[in-house]
Design a protein around this ligand. Structure first.
Ligand SMILES: [Fe+2]
Length: 394
């Protein structure tokens, strides 16, 4: 007997804009072409070439043919909306951090902050420019790949009820999609099969020995006109992700931009139904010595015909094992060595966990976000420039 799933109103995305937005031509990697085994090697080499082009130019690309059913992803978005529309007092009871980012001090190791803790982030947590606070809510899930541990976090009953489906999506991405991408990276980086996956593999209920990261559903409410005037229409300030790889559900609201690595201009990411937008994060960039690009991105208010709608994204911040040293000495890639990518002298030798501890908690701090302009204040962590190292000094 199958039990009917509870019904929730679907999340209705805004209609695509009719305005003439100069969307960037992004690379497309179609994973449905992926063939396992020795007979699939030639096809995988072709896919690897497409992936290489995407990650070394813009660091952003569309992933098609990922294989996760649209109906399930639609339902996950409906559930996410229901969760994020729970009464405020219930969301506050299961808060992931303090009410404001600056209260989650960087040097307090016990506090993960709303960026990384499990539970809800309320609106206004992050400081933006000119005294404005953000208008974004999210819920964060940790340990989704660990069947026992994922149930030990404190969530409202509605989340607990749907945790199996939530975990299913993120597990699929990790165990199926990331495994395929890892094998393509082996080809690109001229490494023995399984080398990159070894950094991402999962040991159940042992997160300290596992790749993984966390899942998030993120709801943008949009800001008032007066707040938008003070932030130059920015809903989420430019940043790079501390993750290794980030997966975002593609959506029609024209508001995601990245900073073109080559010309420094902000470019609009378009909409590709049923595709995922994938971007490289800091940890993968460091692992490859800067070969793969952890590109700065932001969210801005949409064109006029898309105003007044909410924007929902389901995001997987996928990480390698926390103890992996994030520089090219880890991979020992003949390709990267040949191309001259090696650990710069000024980089301290650090693990992904060390980076995450410092970087993630700097995100919405006032002293970093208050300066005018379209980038936060430059700062260094373990000898590595955070947030905008592509542009500094160019
Ligand atoms: Fe991001």
């Amino acid at each position: 007997m199958t039990i009917a799933k509870p019904y929730y109103p679907p999340f209705v995305h805004v209609e695509p804009t009719k305005e003439n937005i100069p969307f960037v031509e992004l690379g497309v990697v179609d994973l449905s072409k992926y063939v396992e085994g020795p007979e699939g090697l030639e096809v995988r080499k072709q896919l690897a070439a497409e992936l290489e082009e995407a990650v070394t130019t813009q660091g952003f690309f569309f992933l098609e043919g990922h294989g996760y059913p649209k109906s399930k992803l639609d339902y996950l978005q409906a559930v996410s909306q229901a969760i994020l529309d729970l009464p405020l007092e219930e969301k506050e009871r299961y808060s992931a951090g303090s009410a404001q980012s600056d209260a989650d001090a960087i040097d307090d190791g016990k506090k993960l902050g709303a960026e990384r803790g499990s539970g809800f982030k309320q609106r206004g947590y992050w400081a933006m420019q000119n005294g404005v606070r953000d208008a974004i809510e999210h819920i964060k899930y940790r340990d989704l790949l660990h069947p026992t541990l994922r149930n030990k976090h404190s969530y409202p009953p509605l989340v607990q009820q749907h945790l199996p489906e939530i975990a299913e999506y993120f597990s699929f991405l990790h165990l199926n999609v990331v495994r395929k991408l890892a094998s393509l990276f082996d080809i690109i980086l001229e490494l023995p099969e399984g080398t990159v996956w070894n950094l991402f593999e999962v040991h159940e209920d042992q997160p300290e020995l596992s790749g993984g990261g966390f899942g998030r559903a993120m709801l943008y409410h949009g800001m008032s006109a007066s707040d938008e005037a003070k932030t130059n229409n920015t809903w989420l300030r430019g940043h790079s992700d501390a993750s290794a790889l980030t997966f975002i559900t593609s959506q029609p609201m024209a508001s995601l931009q990245f900073r073109d690595y080559h010309d420094g201009e902000w470019k609009y990411v378009g909409y590709r139904p049923n595709a995922l937008v994938l971007n490289i994060g800091d940890r993968f960039e460091f692992l490859t010595g800067g070969w793969a690009k952890s590109t700065i991105h932001r969210v801005v208010s949409p064109p006029k015909d898309q105003r007044g709608h909410r924007r929902l994204g389901v995001i997987y911040f996928c990480d390698i094992k926390p103890s992996v040293y994030i520089d090219p000495d880890t991979l020992q890639s003949p390709k990267l060595a040949r191309l001259g990518y090696k650990k710069p002298e000024e980089w301290e030798r650090i693990t992904g966990e060390q980076w995450d501890d410092q970087k993630a908690k700097s995100f919405g701090k006032a002293y970093i976000n208050l300066p005018p302009g379209d980038e936060p204040a430059p700062f260094y962590i373990y000898g590595r420039l955070a947030e905008r190292w592509h542009q500094l000094g160019k």
